[in-house]
Design a binder for this molecule. Structure first.
Ligand code: PBG
Length: 342
């Protein structure tokens, strides 16, 4: 075919007047029109602490994540702080569990000791504590068990007690993840009553009964011994209900709210942000992390790009901050080359 034939046929095709690709041609152009930004200070690193010294027990299903003693935890926190990570959230693994989870408010517990050490060593890191009973109960449920069901109301004072012990140790934010009805109000009243009016509450308001928590339960040793959590965590099929959960928690005094998991629930992140205008955190949970790491190990994904894309996606959906096991690594990437870098 002659070149003139090509010109003739091209002339018959209407040309686009609008060409979005004009603003995508170079990195500076893309930077100029980028809508969403991700900064190290918006990331929160989860840490699993237990008693002992120089202890680091890797979590099999979460490469790069370990249960650590407080001294080792401080190393991880130091790397996070150095990279500019905004905060950490602590989960405790007690030496002994009982049916009411009394380790949760032990003033010498790993979390309480960990908080004190963190506030001393890294005052620039925001310290959040997870408030829940499941790591501390022998049956692994998030509250007191009566028969086969969790007794919501009997659990409230225990959660409040745990939250006060975290505040007393110096936590900036307590984050109840148990999904008991009325726990934000109970915790707020207890904190105020004990003189911790400045301690904030980040409530896991829309927390779904998710298969993606599997690896976490290995890390926190909190798999329920009988039954599951569907009686108190949300049905993955529901979204209006998430708004009702969020409204209740805000009414009871939550300062910020969390949606969890993140990736499969980005619509919920967006709805919650639009409906409330409150600070929204999203938790990229253990299963989301494990999936990506597994694919990367097999050479099926470019790990750095997949990590950064998953995080910017969560921000774009409306999350102000992200809890993620990638926090330190992602912050280092951001320091080196910004989001996407190109
Ligand atoms: C405890 C709690 C869970 C997670 C955070 N807090 C597990 C659960 O509800 O079973 C999950 C975090 C993750 O999977 O990374 N109630």
């Amino acid at each position: 075919m002659a070149a003139t034939d090509l010109l003739v046929s091209a002339a018959q095709v209407p040309l686009p007047t609008s060409r979005p690709r004009r603003l995508r041609r170079t990195a500076p152009l893309r930077r100029l029109v980028r809508e969403t930004h991700l900064e190290p200070g918006q990331l929160v690193l989860p840490l699993f602490v237990r008693s002992g010294v120089e202890l680091r027990v890797p979590v099999g299903s979460m490469p790069g994540v370990a249960q650590t003693s407080v001294d080792e935890m401080l190393r991880d926190a130091s790397a996070a702080a150095e990279a500019g990570v905004g905060g950490v959230i602590l989960f405790g693994i007690p030496d002994e569990k009982d049916d009411v989870g009394s380790g949760a408010w032990d003033e010498h517990g790993s979390v309480q000791q960990g908080v004190r050490a963190l506030k001393r060593e890294f005052p620039e890191l925001v310290v959040i504590t997870d408030v829940c009973m499941c790591e501390y109960t022998s049956h692994g449920h998030c509250g007191v068990l009566v028969g086969d069901t969790v007794d919501n109301d009997a659990t409230l004072p225990l959660l409040a007690r745990a939250a006060v012990s975290h505040a007393a140790a110096g936590a900036d934010i307590v984050a109840p993840s148990d999904m008991m009805d009325g726990r934000v109000g109970a915790i707020r009243a207890a904190l105020d009553g004990a003189g911790y009016g400045d301690t904030a509450i980040l409530s896991y308001a829309a927390k779904y009964a998710s298969a993606f928590y599997g690896p976490f339960r290995e890390a926190a040793e909190s798999t329920p011994q009988v039954g599951d959590r569907r009686g108190y965590q949300m049905d993955p099929a529901n979204s209006d209900e998430a708004l009702r959960e969020v409204a209740l928690d805000l009414d009871e005094g939550a300062d910020a709210i969390m949606v969890k998991p993140a990736g499969p629930y980005l619509d919920i992140v967006r709805r919650v942000k639009d409906a409330t205008g409150y600070p929204v955190a999203a938790y990229q949970v253990s299963g989301e992390y494990a999936m990506m790491r597994a694919a990367v190990e097999r050479g099926w994904l470019d790990g750095e790009r997949a990590m950064m894309e998953s995080l910017i996606g969560i921000r774009r959906a409306g999350a102000d901050c992200i809890l993620t096991y990638f926090a330190t690594t992602a912050a280092q990437v951001l320091r080196r080359r910004g989001w996407g870098g190109e």
